[in-house]
Design a protein around this ligand. Structure first.
Ligand SMILES: [Zn+2]
Length: 104
């Protein structure tokens, strides 16, 4: 199975974007500064979905630092799990070959 070819990014729909920002109180989950973007915890370019359960509030600086940083991906997923978000989509997508962590 091959991973879908994708552009670099795709924003969440406005309702999901707002839900993420409200859940995370508009603070960056990585550094606690004010958030100005929603980060795809599993990056969009490797197959991560543009949905609330793959999004965290983030500042621009951390969003750039995170590229290729597996520790920040693990942190983000842990954060989502602690917040009670279901990550079943992630394991389904991995099982179906839709996410390629080797390309992180
Ligand atoms: Zn930050």
């Amino acid at each position: 199975m091959s991973v879908r070819k994708r552009s670099q990014s795709r924003p969440l729909l406005p309702a999901a974007h707002l839900a993420v920002m409200r859940r995370d109180n508009y603070f960056c989950v990585y550094c606690d500064n004010l958030a100005d973007v929603v980060d795809h915890v599993i990056p969009y370019r490797i197959g991560g979905r543009s949905i609330r359960t793959n999004g965290v509030a983030c500042c621009t600086r951390c969003n750039m630092l995170k590229r290729g940083n597996r520790t920040m991906v693990v942190y983000g997923l842990t954060y989502l799990a602690i917040k009670g978000e279901s990550l079943k989509w992630l394991f389904n997508d991995i099982r179906n070959g839709l996410i390629d962590m080797d390309r992180l």
